[in-house]
Design a protein around this ligand. Structure first.
Ligand code: NDP
Length: 328
């Protein structure tokens, strides 16, 4: 088997030289383990944080060691009760073609009539992030005006659609006309193309003449500042991600941060794992909306394990529409 290893800790934007694809020896199965042939591997922005040697909510990748991440694959050998050859599972031994996994750390994919790779996107971690971040962290309600950044991404495109399914007004931002058109087709009421030249704050002031009640932050920086500028009194901000600064050492300068005080804005950070105990709710609603045809899914698929670092780096230049995936 082969796995991507972390070769160097990058400063700034990582490069291909920070990763190395090397052979790994997989052990014979112990009791309670399964062997999985991975079919789909996930690349996610949070993995950039794991390349740094800092304490965080997920431990850093270790230098010279295989990397981890979300994966969907087929069980090819099992010594675990309840798992048989041919079962499709998701687990966290990604960045490799084959894995030996403790069955207790793998989940069989529920049969809800969606393609298997959807469990790495809209019906998996990114989808849960959007759903709980919007409804539970930001307490978004029907009638609210919601602004969401990186709206054409895996998390953002879920936020847009959940918000529309719940009767909210949605303003999104994304880079480029094609992405903006796609997010509009998902139901977004107004879109900001932040690469079109106008500052985000000016564009948002125009797009949100009556202000916003909720901001779902995937970007940070100028997007967060713009959201602060137009936030209504007692607006709620779900601080999900700040991809704008993942590769930068410079803090971004916020001009409107003091509005938090006068406008009583509430900012709440969260990690998707805070909501693991509420998966049933997520599957209930998302399953219903999927059946009703209310949820669209888009994927950007990169072919082959060899291309995995390219897929990962593509997240930071916006090469993906919807969920970025690697297919083996
Ligand atoms: P996406 O599918 O949204 O991919 C990343 C997107 O971010 C790119 O497609 C790009 O779109 C946009 N982007 C990249 N760099 C910048 C930049 N400098 N400024 C503005 N936009 C940028 O990834 P995910 O949906 O997986 O993740 C979205 C966010 O959610 C990330 O910040 C991630 O860290 C966070 N997250 C947080 C979780 C939590 O538990 N708190 C869990 C999962 C994700 P474009 O072309 O529009 O620029």
């Amino acid at each position: 088997a082969k796995a991507w290893h972390l070769e160097r800790r990058p400063r700034g934007l990582p490069g291909n030289e920070d990763f190395a694809l090397k052979a790994i020896d997989l052990p014979d199965l112990a009791e309670g383990q399964i062997r999985v042939a991975n079919r789909w591997l996930s690349v996610d922005p949070y993995m950039r944080g794991r390349m740094n040697d800092v304490k965080s909510y997920v431990p850093p990748f270790q230098l010279g060691e295989p990397m981890q991440g979300g994966a969907v694959g087929e069980v090819v050998e099992s010594k675990a009760e309840g798992f048989a050859r041919g079962d499709l599972v998701q687990h966290m031994e990604g960045w490799r073609d084959e894995a030996v996994v403790d069955a207790s750390r793998a989940q069989k994919l529920p049969d809800i009539g969606v393609p298997e790779q959807a469990f790495l996107g809209q019906l998996g971690m990114p989808g849960m992030t959007g759903y709980f971040g919007l409804l539970s962290v930001a307490e978004a309600k029907p009638g609210d005006t919601v602004f969401v950044s990186a709206a054409a991404g895996a998390v953002g495109s879920t936020v847009v659609q959940v918000a529309k399914a719940k009767g909210m007004t949605v303003i999104g931002s994304a880079g480029g006309k094609e992405k903006c058109d796609w997010v509009r087709s998902l139901g977004a009421d107004r879109m900001i193309d932040y690469k079109a030249g106008t500052s985000v704050v000016k564009a948002l002031m125009e797009a949100a003449p009556d202000g916003i009640d909720v901001y779902f932050d995937n970007v940070g920086g100028d997007h967060l500042d713009a959201a602060l500028a137009v936030a209504n009194e007692r607006a709620r901000f779900a601080i999900c991600g700040m991809i704008d600064i993942y590769n930068s050492a410079e803090p971004t300068e916020l001009r409107y941060i003091a509005r938090i005080i006068g406008a009583r804005i509430r900012l709440q950070g969260f990690i998707v794992s805070d909501f693991l105990s509420r998966m049933a709710e997520f599957y209930r609603d998302m399953g219903e909306w999927t059946k009703a045809g209310k949820l669209q899914r888009e994927e950007t698929v990169v072919e082959g394990l060899e291309k995995m670092p390219d897929a990962f780096l593509g997240l930071f230049s916006g090469r993906n529409m919807g969920k970025m995936l690697v297919r083996l």
